[in-house]
Design a protein around this ligand. Structure first.
Ligand code: AMP
Length: 441
């Protein structure tokens, strides 16, 4: 299978050769001919499968083929790509520019968290392909600075994420402005019912292509966990990174603040590290990502949300400094390693408090994660290192805080099986009616 045999034009083939793409990925092989033929396509594919080129290449080709010889005034977008996050907007924009470098098409991206004015000017100068986050696009539509009446191709990228992020109403308002006689492509990691509903509502006889079922994990990934006390995780992380000094590593932390602090502490320990999370400006996030991609930074510390959709090619090692609160996020995290048959390693630092989370992850993986104690970092509380995951105390945790009677604090679920609602439902600290502090008394 070659890109040529998929029917791509010479200008695109040249750009692909220059980008060192030699063979189409499965989603590209399936989707490109369908999109070129003008079908609506419902694509089941996650980041890392090559989905951007799967829709981007045929999109550019169709626009280039149908390009009007001359247009009076600035060009209005003929393709609109809706994406959930600004990072993805930037990545899709960059990828399309690389694929389309030998075509005369203007590609631009608009997203929140960046100034309006430069975007307005870009739109005014004329755009063929617009990559946009729904919220910011609506701002432009309301101001009249973006027009969608010339859109021929509409792409919903990472549609499941957009729905997760509550963008459905915005997406509907945007689509209402796009001509109905368009070609629509929808990419999503899953084909759950709300995605099918979206397809039913907005697509015409979509052809379905799918590369991998949700939650599939490359079997080339080795999973390991090191039990360690929470306060000593940073030390252990530095120890691991010092011993394995060559690789680039993606490290996941729980909170924005925690990620920042961890990156600083790694820097203090002489490890080039950057952090990426939602509190950083778009420019700062992009800078951090560029530093990591260029190899200037060896460690990228990220929160789950910030890491979503990031185009980080295959890494040998992903480390969970903290386990994710939701087991499915483990799959997203480690999806950055073991790609395309390469060997990968997913390493988790697990404190006794996280035993319940680890159990959930193992249940989801339907496999056990090998527990390996690192000499010198033995946890102070007993954890069983065999593959029946260690004892997870279900009762109060005396070592945390000084809560009387061991009542849950209600601040944070430490066990996924005791969800936040249950925590908050009971011990919210408010007096029950009928007590002496009841105002009726
Ligand atoms: P995506 O799933 O679109 O985010 O792409 C994941 C990564 O794979 C990106 O870094 C792409 O540049 C890369 N990629 C996509 N298609 C190919 C291909 N046919 N050959 C080599 N790399 C590719």
């Amino acid at each position: 299978m070659t890109f040529e045999s998929l029917g791509l034009a010479p200008a695109l083939l040249r750009a692909l050769a220059e980008t060192n793409y030699n063979t189409p990925t499965p989603i590209q092989a399936d989707a490109i001919p369908l999109v070129l033929a003008g079908h609506d396509v419902l694509g089941g594919a996650q980041t890392g499968t090559g989905k951007t080129a799967a829709f981007g290449l045929p999109l550019l080709q169709r626009l280039a083929e149908g390009q009007p010889a001359a247009v009076k005034g600035p060009r209005k977008p003929r393709a609109l790509i809706l994406v959930p996050t600004r990072e993805l907007a930037v990545q899709v924009n960059d990828s399309l520019r690389a694929y389309g470098k030998h075509l005369r098409l203007n590609i631009t991206s608009i997203y929140g968290g960046a100034g309006m004015q430069p975007q307005i000017e870009q739109l005014r100068r004329g755009v063929d392909v617009l990559v946009a986050c729904p919220g910011r696009l609506l701002d432009h539509l309301e101001r009249g600075t973006a027009k969608l009446d010339a859109v021929e191709m509409l792409i919903l990228d990472e549609a499941d994420r957009m729905l997760d992020m509550g963008f459905l109403p915005s997406i509907k308002r945007v689509i209402a402005r796009v001509p109905t006689n368009r070609q629509t492509l929808l990419f999503s990691a899953t084909f759950e019912s709300r995605i099918r509903q979206l397809a039913l509502e907005f697509m015409r006889n979509p052809q379905q292509v799918q590369v991998a079922a949700n939650n599939t994990i490359a079997d080339t990934i080795v999973h390991r966990a090191h039990p360690v006390d929470g306060p000593r995780k940073r030390e252990l992380l530095i120890d691991i990174l010092a011993k394995r000094h060559t690789e680039q590593v993606l490290v996941f932390g729980k909170t924005k603040h925690g990620c920042n602090r961890l990156a600083e502490q790694l820097e203090d320990a002489g490890l080039a590290a950057v952090a990426i999370h939602g509190n950083k400006s778009q420019a700062a996030r992009q800078r951090a990502l560029n530093d990591f991609k260029s190899g200037k930074a060896r460690v990228l510390v990220a929160t789950d949300v910030a890491a979503r959709g990031l185009d980080i090619v295959n890494l040998p090692l992903v480390i969970n400094h903290d386990l994710p609160m939701v087991a499915e996020d483990y799959v997203h995290r480690i999806g950055r390693t073991g790609r395309n048959g390469a060997q990968g390693e997913a390493l988790s630092l697990v404190s006794p408090d996280e035993a319940g989370l680890l159990r959930q992850i193992q249940r989801m993986l339907k496999a056990d994660i090998a527990m390996e104690t690192v000499p010198g970092f033995e946890p102070s509380r007993q954890m069983r290192s065999d593959n029946a995951p260690f004892n997870a105390p279900r009762g109060p945790r005396p070592q945390r805080g000084h809560r009387p009677h061991g009542k849950p604090s209600g601040q944070q679920p430490r066990h996924a099986h005791a969800g936040p609602k249950q925590h908050r439902g009971g011990g919210n600290g408010k007096p029950a009616s009928g007590t002496r502090r009841d105002s009726r008394a």
